[in-house]
Design a protein around this ligand. Structure first.
Ligand SMILES: [Zn+2]
Length: 299
């Protein structure tokens, strides 16, 4: 439980121990999780507060749902079904989904900070395609993975124009769509600068645009490529037919994304409605994937 004055300008915030100048001011029963919470008063500024004041779920009335909802949303359950299973309103699920995504993002940032002391020497990267609302509006997810433990280092979602026979339909129905994939790659490579060694080995497929973006941000890095392969089953592009796949960690991670996020399933009713929704869901999953679904051994 956090015990410090909630006023950021209060002088007790900078003193150590931070509990100096605080006096107990009774307790109250928190109905949302059945806990008895202590209250305190700051002698310096006279403000009173509780040990729950500085927590991120302060003032939430359904804090008990946060953890089960995180598990459901990372296990292929749709937001609507999660609302039914947890017996809450759909709007509650949406609000909690956004809150949890924000939490997951800051946890991921903190985790990345811990990597800065020992920068990575190898990274795999590629993109995964999905769409918002209709196949005519595709989205590209740029993804970078640490190959030994399959930790996801970062991702960027960017719009791209439709390809193939849909390109004409898309143009007629929705007008021209900008290709923002270059921006996405630039942002991702820039973000990874502190956690990846300048001379690291980057592995990807033979996409002709990759070397340009990579070398702009990591000029000393060595870029290795491997030819793209066909998937083993039609519609399962991630799992390759060949015995040894040099890009295994990345392809396996993409397969896990496709298996665990209902909006990324192949042939699903659930689709991404907004780009931000996809970003939030990916943020939520990335944190769960790195914490719970991948080994934590030495790198
Ligand atoms: Zn104070």
């Amino acid at each position: 439980m956090k015990r410090q004055c909630p006023d950021p300008e209060c002088s007790t915030r900078n003193s150590s121990p931070k509990t100096k100048g605080l006096v107990r001011k009774g307790t109250y029963f928190r109905r949302s999780d059945g806990q008895r919470i202590s209250r305190y008063r700051c002698r310096e500024c006279g403000k009173s507060f509780s040990s729950g004041t500085l927590f991120s779920c302060y003032r939430q009335k359904k804090r008990k749902l946060n953890h089960p909802l995180e598990l459901l949303l990372n296990s292929g359950v749709s937001q609507r079904r999660a609302a039914i299973l947890l017996r809450v309103n759909r709007k509650t699920v949406v609000r909690k989904f956004r809150f949890l995504a924000q939490q997951a993002r800051s946890e991921h940032e903190q985790w990345l900070k811990t990597l800065e002391t020992r920068p990575l020497t190898s990274v795999q990267f590629d993109d995964l395609e999905t769409s918002e609302h209709t196949k005519c509006k595709p989205l590209s997810v740029a993804l970078a993975v640490e190959p030994k433990c399959r930790k996801i280092l970062g991702f960027q979602v960017s719009a791209m124009p439709a390809k193939g026979h849909l390109s004409r339909v898309a143009l007629r129905k929705y007008g021209p769509r900008e290709d923002r994939r270059s921006e996405g790659w630039n942002t991702l490579f820039e973000k990874l600068k502190p956690v990846v060694s300048p001379t690291a080995v980057w592995l990807s497929d033979k996409n002709p645009h990759y070397p340009r973006h990579l070398h702009r941000h990591h000029p000393e890095a060595s870029h290795r490529t491997t030819p793209g392969r066909r998937g083993c089953i039609a519609g399962q592009g991630e799992l390759k037919k060949i015995g040894f796949d040099p890009l295994f960690s990345l392809n396996h991670t993409c397969a896990m994304l496709r298996a665990n996020l209902n909006r990324l399933f192949r042939r699903t009713w659930c689709t991404t409605k907004t780009k931000q929704g996809l970003i939030d869901h990916l943020s939520l999953y990335v944190n769960y994937h790195n914490r719970m679904l991948t080994p934590t051994g030495p790198r």
